[in-house]
Design a protein around this ligand. Structure first.
Ligand SMILES: C[S@@+](CC[C@H](N)C(=O)[O-])C[C@H]1O[C@@H](n2cnc3c(N)ncnc32)[C@H](O)[C@@H]1O
Ligand SMILES: CC(C)=CCC/C(C)=C/CC/C(C)=C/C(=O)O
Length: 297
């Protein structure tokens, strides 16, 4: 997804969820006593969730870094928010092999909203989030899709020969937890494996109602990775087929007209995790008899 301005104007669900979660966790985040918190956001997109809901929580001397894999998104956010103090945007693939040195171990907090379902290498991404936090500790707040009906719609569209040529790699765009029978447990396990000892993971069952065909189509346009591969002249035909499949899945409500509503039941992973200082981790991770008798022969 590279269409920053489209996304900025059609991200009601994403904004709604991020605001609710931030209101809930604002006081759980471990703010520094000196007010010099450094916060990095992963997958900031066009930047409005970060600027409207995260920045107001940051103490006045705090530093904010918005990151995204897409240079188009980073360019848009940098330009749009260039007047914002103590804020910068930079390209970062959170699934990368090696973090840039200037980011590694520099942050008190990492946040991420509606991004991690795009990252197939979820374990690698969590390892990087752990390593972005300071060695002396920090915390992260992560929210992303475990499942969404959009993924089933994509799979059905791929069986149509009109669209299959554009959708061969559809599985790359499906949340890595979509097929999981216990996404909460699976994600907790990954957090443990990368070193987060203290964490809380919830799977929230949500339903969003799209008011009218145009609203749903605009929201799909803003995030659908396949549209940018096909000629613009085919977009409306693709979106019409998308809507037909949604109707065949019984996700519509009311009379069939332009004002018809559409229901999207989805599962959201909401996770809060703390990195303990390294010396505490070393003690906690050792077998109990060794840590209890340390220094005693
Ligand atoms: C749906 S947008 C979310 C934007 C913003 N966080 C919000 O809540 O509105 C997802 C963003 O994640 C970015 N993204 C996808 N894969 C990524 C990766 N591996 N590393 C960093 N960002 C990624 C996309 O480019 C996109 O801008
Ligand atoms: C009824 C129905 C199929 C709705 C799907 C709506 C939709 C546009 C979902 C997008 C989910 C997603 C991948 C969001 C994102 O990453 O921002």
């Amino acid at each position: 997804m590279n269409q920053a301005s489209l996304y900025q104007h059609a991200n009601q669900v994403q904004r709604h969820d991020a605001k609710l979660i931030l209101d809930e966790f604002a006081s759980t985040l471990q703010w520094r006593s000196d007010g010099e918190d450094a916060l990095l956001d992963v997958g900031s997109g066009s930047g409005n969730v970060l600027m409207d809901f995260v920045k107001p929580l940051l103490p006045s001397r705090g530093q904010l870094v918005g990151t995204d894999i897409s240079s188009q998104m980073v360019g848009y956010a940098s330009k749009h928010y260039q007047r914002e103090e103590r804020t910068r945007f930079q390209v970062l693939d959170i699934g990368c092999e090696r973090l840039p040195q200037e980011l590694s171990g520099r942050f008190d907090h990492v946040t991420s909203f509606y991004c991690l379902h795009w990252v197939q290498n979820l374990r690698g991404a969590l390892g990087n989030i752990y390593n972005l936090l300071r060695p002396e500790g920090g915390d992260c707040l992560l929210a992303f899709l475990a499942s969404n009906p959009v993924y089933e719609v994509y799979k059905i569209l791929k069986t149509n020969e009109k669209w299959s040529g554009y959708m061969q790699d559809v599985e790359q765009f499906i949340s890595p937890l979509h097929y999981s029978l216990n996404p909460g447990e699976e994600f907790s396990q990954l957090l443990n494996e990368v070193g987060f000892i203290h964490h809380n993971v919830e799977i929230r069952n949500e339903v969003f109602v799209y008011e009218g065909v145009r609203t749903l189509k605009d929201n799909v346009k803003a995030i659908c990775p396949f549209l940018e591969r096909m000629p613009a002249a085919l977009h409306e035909d693709f979106l019409d087929d998308f809507i037909e499949i949604v109707i065949s899945m019984n996700l519509q409500q009311g009379e069939r007209n332009q004002d018809q509503k559409f229901l999207s039941p989805y599962k959201l992973v909401v996770a809060y995790a703390r990195k303990s200082p390294e010396f505490v981790n070393n003690v906690l991770l050792e077998p109990p008899h060794q840590s209890i008798f340390k220094g005693v022969d």
